[in-house]
Design a protein around this ligand. Structure first.
Ligand code: AMP
Length: 463
């Protein structure tokens, strides 16, 4: 089938298409996607393609290699999963024979959380087709994954190390892969996955189509792209190294001993304003993360911790509890910064600044996603000023430093140095709306509840 390729704003080579720039009024119907895919898209409640989708999907359908500069939260997963399904749909088979279900598309992600979330999307978007989608990642038993792979799967989402294990034991074969996606490629490089990536890519036919997504285009990413992509088209939906415009950022100078109390006050201020108390709080160490979560619980705040020392099962439970609202504060290290798919996340708090300025962008990318508004609050003590400088340099702008105003006190009453001026940035709305539909009048629907992460651990799509 031929696909309509709408006019788009992107070029080969470096380009800077700001998410705020007017987008051509493209609808999902313009992409010429199979009705089975379109049906799944409307069931998700999506009315209008996000900018990254509007710009990427036509190129991917046309067979181009692509470099996408897009943060998680911009709708980038559908930007590659939808056209992938369209492209491999011709192979869909209702046969039970594993030989009829070889791996046709491979998505590599840095973390298991992101892998699971991409897989959830792939399952949802392909549910009316005979294509199978599955996920494999480390830290859990291989057995179930082996069974899923042996059964046959067309769309495989994997973390690199575990995929190599399956390749080593001859359970996964990449010789029929047509499309490769490197998702959050910058993070994969940061985490030292380059040798693993090289080994995996060497096993994929050279005639493949390669898509690379990254929040930032560092020199290392450009080098990776040069090695593995062929004359890629480049699309960007947010200014390079900038946070989404929908995020209101503020810095409060607070000594490290007072940060926990400051968080309690921030949450109280949000309650007073009728804003959601749901937030992710980032810490730099696993120990600090666990301690802060416990301390907040002692303060009567429903908190959970997610960090590298937690088992996959524990992480899944905590994440599900957070998504369901059973806990309101998720304290996390950067491991969890990637791929957490919570569209209406209203607030991110940096309990301390990350050592790597790019991580700051990823952290605050948890809020203001897919066009909804968000607050990003950084609690900074004197010793972190250099880190703040680095972040401001990377973002090419100064962050607003708001003092913690003293409450006017009556005579004899002690002042509360932690009184927070109420934040005005966010309206309490939770729907995915404005930025997606910047040039649209139509309102974009809220993503319906997804299957629980646990439901996907077996990998096979649910019919
Ligand atoms: P992602 O950047 O892929 O993690 O997507 C962020 C969130 O936006 C996810 O919850 C998606 O389900 C949602 N989303 C993706 N595409 C659209 C769309 N076209 N309209 C509304 N929501 C979307």
């Amino acid at each position: 089938m031929t696909n309509t390729v709408p006019e788009i704003h992107s070029t080969t080579g470096a380009t800077a298409t700001d998410s705020s720039a007017p987008q051509a009024a493209i609808t999902f119907a313009d992409f010429g996607l199979d009705p089975k895919i379109q049906k799944a898209v409307s069931e998700q409640g999506y009315n209008t393609p996000t900018p990254i989708q509007a710009q990427s999907i036509p190129h991917v359908l046309a067979g181009r290699d692509l470099m996408g500069a897009a943060q998680t939260g911009t709708g980038k997963t559908a930007a590659f999963v939808l056209p992938i399904i369209q492209k491999i749909l011709r192979h869909a088979s209702s046969s039970a024979s594993p030989a009829r279900h070889p791996i046709r598309a491979l998505v590599l992600t840095p973390t298991r959380e992101l892998a699971v979330q991409v897989a959830e999307n792939a399952v949802a978007y392909s549910k009316h087709t005979d294509l199978r989608a599955a996920v494999v990642y480390g830290g859990v038993d291989m057995k179930e994954q082996v069974a899923v792979l042996r059964n046959g799967v067309e769309i495989l989402i994997a973390t690199p190390g575990r995929l190599l294990d399956h390749i080593g034991s001859k359970v996964a074969n990449l010789s029929q892969v047509e499309i490769l996606v490197l998702d959050e490629a910058d993070r994969m490089l940061d985490m030292g996955f380059l040798p693993d990536l090289q080994r995996i890519i060497d096993l994929i036919p050279a005639a493949r189509q390669t898509l690379l997504f990254s929040a930032t285009f560092s020199p290392e990413i450009k080098k990776l792209a040069q090695s593995y992509l062929r004359t890629p088209v480049t699309v960007e939906v947010a200014r390079q190294n900038a946070a989404a415009d929908t995020v209101k950022q503020v810095v409060h100078m607070v000594s490290s001993a007072d940060k926990q109390r400051a968080i309690v006050k921030v949450l109280e201020a949000r309650t007073r304003q009728g804003l959601s108390r749901q937030c992710i709080i980032f810490t730099n160490s696993r120990l600090g993360c666990a301690r802060l979560a416990r301390a907040l619980e002692r303060d009567g705040i429903k908190a959970g911790a997610i960090h590298g020392d937690k088992s996959q099962g524990e992480r899944t439970l905590t994440l599900d509890a957070f998504k369901s609202g059973a806990i309101e504060v998720l304290v996390a290290t950067d491991v969890a910064a990637r791929g957490l798919d919570i569209p209406s996340m209203p607030c991110v708090i940096n309990h301390e600044l990350p050592f790597n300025a790019e991580d700051f962008i990823h952290r605050i990318g948890r809020t203001g996603r897919a066009g909804s508004k968000g607050d990003a609050i950084a609690l900074v003590d004197e010793s972190e000023k250099r880190l703040l400088d680095d972040i401001e340099k990377l973002m090419k702008r100064k962050l607003e430093v708001a003092p913690l105003p003293l409450v006017k006190t009556e005579p004899g009453q002690t002042s509360d140095p932690f009184f927070y001026k109420p934040y005005e940035a966010s309206s309490p709305k939770t729907s995915v709306d404005s930025a997606i539909a910047k040039s649209e009048v139509k309102k974009v629907g809220i993503t319906p509840a997804k299957p629980s992460v646990g439901a996907l651990l077996g990998g096979l799509k649910k019919k």
